[in-house]
Ligand binder design. Structure first.
Ligand code: NAD
Ligand code: TYD
Length: 328
């Protein structure tokens, strides 16, 4: 197959491209926002197109001759969506619409939308299934939900063969350090304080990035057109427990923990039921303990990857987001 993989200069997309490039021809379309880096695609055979999924001309050119599209392109951080929603609307709503329209016009056989458990909102107990109602609470998740609804509308109205994969919180190598696990890992390795929102008892359903990439590849090939597939990690964990585990792996003590003002509208708990993707033959292979150990080790070993990030745009973001609460 010839695959168009959008957003593949980012964390999950580059992991997926690494997996898919062994079997298929991969064209990457990426805008290279602060989160997108060509280095993430080192050693991955691909054709690179620089541009936005919201640009119909570039999308058409990149998609021509492709058998399938896998859309990872996104603004992926909840806190940034609270600070300003515009790029989220542009990429998740307008961009998804442009991709779908081009896929329809070019007769692309298969379209996979990469989505998130956050479209369901928070759940106090039990787990969300694919038929749970959408109830997003942040501009990030609301715009992701809008993208999902556009995909479903194109299935119903135009008959395109699209599937949606909703993943739970991913972690692993090459994740931009605005997200909890890489942020606290780098802070712990450097002896900086670790900001914990609110009481730290929020629960996330952790999924190792390579397990998500394998699920996406399976659903692309075997998923039933028009269906949604939840892909939840094998372990749930309170944030404070994640922080304590990372501190232990980094060899630091808990005095680095700093409770800070909670995120507005913070979802308390995410949990997914993944029976449907399991029926296709998927199973998570990496449990949290092993995945976290591998992740912390990767950041230890790859300072040349993160050092330029920590000194660039990220520094300004970090000061804006945490400077005041951490008393800098
Ligand atoms: P990321 O922020 O690491 O990467 C996003 C990539 O998309 C970057 O390379 C960026 O340059 C690119 N991009 C942004 N806007 C674009 C545009 N308009 N046109 C083309 N490229 C654009 O994100 P990630 O964590 O790898 O997430 C990938 C996808 O997976 C997203 O759709 C996200 O919603 C979804 N997802 C993420 C998680 C998670 O825990 N990170 C969990 C479930 C689902
Ligand atoms: P995050 O990695 O931003 O993912 P999401 O909000 O999409 O789940 O955050 C994971 C959890 O960690 C979430 O409950 C918010 C919390 N968190 C902190 O406590 N401190 C932080 O500095 C960050 C970035 C997140």
């Amino acid at each position: 197959m010839k695959l168009l993989v959008t957003g593949a200069a980012g964390f999950i997309g580059s992991t997926y491209a690494r997996l898919a490039a062994g079997e298929h021809d991969v064209t990457v379309l990426d805008k290279l926002t602060y989160a997108g880096r060509r280095e993430n695609l080192e050693e991955v055979e691909h054709v690179f197109v620089h541009g936005s999924i919201s640009d119909p001309g570039i999308v058409r050119k990149a998609m021509e001759g492709c058998d399938a599209v896998v859309n990872f392109a996104a603004e992926s951080h909840v806190d940034r969506s609270i600070a300003g929603q515009d790029p989220f609307v542009e990429t998740h709503v307008i961009g998804t619409g442009v991709l779908l329209e081009a896929a329809r016009q070019l007769g692309v056989a298969r379209y996979l939308q990469v989505s998130t458990d956050e479209v369901y909102g928070s759940i106090a107990s039990g787990s969300f299934t694919e038929s749970s109602p959408l109830d997003p609470s942040s501009p990030y998740s609301a715009t992701k939900a809008a993208g999902d609804l556009l995909v479903s509308s194109h299935v119903h109205t135009h008959g395109i063969e699209a599937v949606i994969c909703r993943g739970s919180n991913n972690y692993g190598p090459r994740q931009y350090p605005e997200k909890l696990i890489p942020l606290i890992t780098l802070n712990a390795l450097q002896g900086d304080r670790l900001p914990v929102y609110g009481d730290g008892r929020q629960v996330r359903n952790w999924l190792f990035v390579e397990d998500f990439a394998r699920a996406i590849h399976l659903v692309l090939q075997e998923g039933e057109p028009g269906r949604v597939y939840n892909v939840g990690g094998p372990d749930e964990c309170e944030n404070i427990d994640v922080v304590r585990r990372v501190l232990a792996l980094a060899g630091r003590d808990e005095s680095l923990i700093e409770y800070v003002t909670d995120r507005p509208g913070h979802d308390r708990r995410y949990s997914l039921c993944s029976d449907r993707v399991r029926e296709l033959g998927w199973q998570a292979q990496v449990h949290f303990e092993e995945g976290l150990t591998r992740t912390v080790q990767w950041y230890r070993d790859n300072e040349p990857w993160w050092a330029p990030i920590r000194s660039g745009e990220y520094r300004e973001y970090y000061e804006r987001q945490y400077g005041r609460v951490l008393g800098r």
